[in-house]
Ligand binder design. Structure first.
Ligand code: F6P
Length: 744
């Protein structure tokens, strides 16, 4: 407010000054105009005086009486304005003059002056007006009367006028200033609130614009405003912009091109036996979605469990295969596990023990001694593989996830100079929850072999540090976020994971949103305007699939007008299906889906479409682009990348994200409709809000979400971790140098 006022005054003071200056400049013009007016008046007055005196003058001329003429002149100049009078014969001889008449003003000169626009003459320190008027007697021109009128009153009046004009202009300036300030204030406020209303899509600026005929114009205006705003946002400097090139540069400069080794359970490419031979698939895994683009940018070796039916067919003698198929950008080293190992380490300890332990999803963790043994053995086998793949003594090893809690310490023992970055992709629970694990200390000690341990959120870091504090003898420096145990210092930091933002070429290959919408709807036999929400998840009890179906059911219960006009399309990629908990969960979902469809399905239209099969990325992308809403209702999730993929897919800036507050992504994606999935009423209402959200609001929310995901991409995630690692390595090298004995 103060700023606006200051701005307006900065404009108004010059306005007042300009008006006064203009008045000054106009004064000479004003003088000359008024002088002409007065001169014309005096000429008229002179003619009148001459007419009045004509008869007396004619008589005096006939009589030849100079005295009579003198008497006449003396009476005439008693008029305060008339200074002098002279009488000229027609031959130019000055016949008679009053006392003040200048000696040197002959008749010819007087006539010359009278021919000028303003006939004037200096006389006795002032100016006089010279008038020459014919004396007519019975229609005949007898002589000319020369009248000299005082002009000093013109000057006096002109000075008065100047004063009044300047005062008037100054007053006018002040009045304009005040009116402008008031009007500007009122109209600025009105404009701002009008523009805000427009942008909110709530209404239009004035009742006039509310008229239906002007609605297209208003919509167009709104569009333009948004386009401008978007262009502005996009044009802002992206100083912290991360892309594959910057990540590669960081590796080259800060890590001296050191070797990068990634270890994860899930492999980035799975080879399966298909009808026409071997087919290569990308698994449904947030970890793979995030880490794969990083590996493509940095190259190196990825060590993972070879779980595909045709995996062995495509590897070389060292169990390596170059991937991605066709572009061979990095090496995939496969580790083969026996069914017993897979059962104990993966299904047992990792997914029946640690998975429910870390996710608050109210499924009881199961801890078996045999699973723990298998877990330890498999971690050792992966440690062997890391040592075998390392070409130097100090590789950079990225250990991924809860399958490898023991691996960091095992690598540290064999490669003490390695930089080990461990990223925990799932939540870390509070110390009480973690405390029920019989092997909690071994897990913590294993993890503290890392140089850096990363979590998605600060909250998970805090939980981890408190868990260490509760269970181990370790020095914890909360301020620096470090833990020192067994002479090894570990940095505990949050690095919110993300996806690679699709580049131009990738986006250009996508079918249009309109094509995706009609393709998906026609596959389901639905009309073009049918509202569609999509859910894309692994078939996992932590994803809140049951809760979202309940929300759909409740929404249709509360708003029956949407029955037959809205559906949820749920993709659920089968996952960990060997486990009872997962089998039971899948059964339950199928039953609930059936029940809801019985209640709210209509001929040719189901309320819930459950597609319990793996979908490749292109198919998922088509669903994202076809959807009106993307539903992510995890009961607990480290980050959740489905929501970020949905946002990246919506280059039309339409579509609504409904997001669980228990997903790590909720902290970043604040423009989503955030819900508590346990609260069915809240989720149902949010669903209705999502399918009825006006396009401008969708655009505003989606536009902001897209900027967040674009800027906070996976290269930034990896880059921040690697930059921290580089700093750490440098510090360790300096410390080692300082501790070396001196040879002086
Ligand atoms: O998102 C968490 C996560 O554990 C990933 O780290 C993992 O790749 C994904 O779930 C899929 O699980 P799985 O590899 O057991 O199918």
């Amino acid at each position: 407010m103060m700023n606006t006022l200051r701005l307006q005054f900065r404009f108004l003071v010059p306005l007042v000054l300009t008006l006064v200056a203009a008045a000054y400049l106009a004064l000479p013009l004003l003088d000359s105009v008024t002088l002409r007016w007065f001169s014309r008046d005096l000429t008229l007055r002179g003619a009148l005086v001459t007419n009045t005196l004509s008869d007396s003058l004619a008589a005096a001329l006939q009589e030849g009486g100079d005295l009579r003429l003198q008497g006449l002149f003396i009476r005439a100049v008693q008029d305060e304005r008339l200074v002098a009078v002279g009488l000229c014969k027609l031959n130019g001889e000055l016949l008679q003059r009053s006392a003040a008449y200048p000696m040197d003003l002959g008749c010819a000169h007087a006539r010359e002056l009278f021919a000028e626009v303003v006939p004037k003459l200096p006389l006795a320190g002032g100016m006089v007006h010279v008038g020459v008027h014919p004396v007519m007697v019975e229609g005949s021109h007898q002589a000319d009367l020369v009248l000299l009128h005082d002009l000093s009153f013109v000057e006096r009046r002109s000075q008065d006028t100047q004063k009044y004009l300047i005062a008037f202009m100054a007053a006018l300036g002040v009045i304009i200033a005040l009116i402008t300030v008031v009007v500007a204030q009122l109209s600025w406020r009105g404009w701002v609130s009008g523009a805000r209303a427009l942008l909110r899509g709530e209404g239009l600026v004035t009742p006039l614009l509310n008229q239906r005929e002007l609605a297209p114009l208003a919509a167009d205006f709104r569009e333009r405003l948004r386009d401008l705003e978007d262009a502005y946002r996009r044009s802002l400097d992206r100083e912290d912009h991360w892309d594959p090139e910057r990540l590669r540069a960081l590796l080259r400069s800060q890590l001296r091109g050191d070797e990068l080794i990634v270890v994860s359970n899930r492999e980035p490419y799975i080879h399966e036996k298909g009808d026409g031979g071997v087919v290569c698939k990308r698994p449904a895994s947030g970890l793979v979605t995030a880490v794969e683009p990083v590996m493509r940018a940095c190259s190196g070796t990825w060590i993972a469990h070879g779980s595909g039916g045709a995996d062995r067919q495509v590897v070389d003698r060292q169990d390596r295969v170059m991937v991605p198929p066709g572009s061979d950008e990095y090496t995939l080293r496969r580790i083969w596990l026996t069914p017993e190992e897979e059962q104990g380490y993966y299904y047992g300890f990792a997914n029946e023990g640690l998975w429910p332990l870390c996710h608050v999803a109210h499924v009881r963790p199961v801890f078996r001694e045999s699973d723990w043994e298998a877990y330890r053995r498999v971690n050792e086998r992966f440690a062997d593989a890391v040592v075998a793949e390392a070409r130097s003594e100090d590789p950079v090893v990225l250990v991924q996830d809860y399958h490898f809690a023991l691996l960091p310490a095992l690598i540290r023992k064999r490669l003490p100079r390695a930089t080990i970055l461990t990223f925990w992709h799932i939540p870390w629970p509070n110390p009480e929850s973690f405390g029920i694990c019989p092997w909690r200390n071994e897990l913590l000690e294993g993890l503290l072999g890392s140089t850096i341990i990363g979590f998605h959120t600060r909250f998970h870091c805090k939980n981890f540090m408190e868990t260490v504090d509760r269970n181990l003898e370790a020095r914890i420096e909360v301020e620096h976020s470090t833990i020192t145990s067994n002479k090894q210092t570990t940095l505990v930091e949050s690095y919110p994971i993300s996806i690679a933002w699709p580049d131009e070429a990738e986006r250009a290959a996508w079918p249009s949103v309109a094509d995706c919408r009609s393709a998906v709807r026609s596959r389901l036999g639905l009309p073009a305007d049918h509202k569609l929400a999509v859910g894309v998840d692994r078939f996992d009890y932590t994803k809140g699939i049951l809760e979202r179906i309940h929300a759909v059911e409740r929404m249709l219960e509360k708003h029956p007008d949407w029955v037959g006009r809205f559906s949820l399309l749920q993709v659920a990629a089968p996952s960990r299906s060997e486990l009872d908990e997962y089998k039971l969960f899948q059964q339950r979902i199928r039953q609930v889906t059936e029940r809801v469809n019985t209640r709210f399905g209509r001929p040719g239209c189901l309320a819930v479409y459950l597609l319990a099969e793996h979908h490749e990325h292109a198919a998922v992308n088509e669903l994202y682009r076809a959807a009106d809403v993307c539903v992510v209702t995890s009961l607990h999730d480290g980050m959740n990348l489905v929501c970020k993929e949905f946002i990246a897919a919506r280059d039309d800036e339409q579509g609504v994200l409904l997001l669980s507050r228990f997903a790590g992504a909720a902290a970043e994606l604040t423009e989503a409709l955030i819900v508590n999935p346990y609260h069915v009423e809240e989720s149902a209402d949010a669903l209705l809000k999502a399918i009825t959200m006006p396009a401008p609001e969708q655009r505003e929310r989606m536009g902001n979400l897209r900027i967040t995901v674009r800027d906070y991409n996976v290269f930034r995630w990896a880059g921040r971790m690697l930059a921290d690692a580089a700093r750490w390595r440098l510090r360790e090298r300096i410390e080692a140098r300082m501790q070396r004995p001196s040879h002086d």
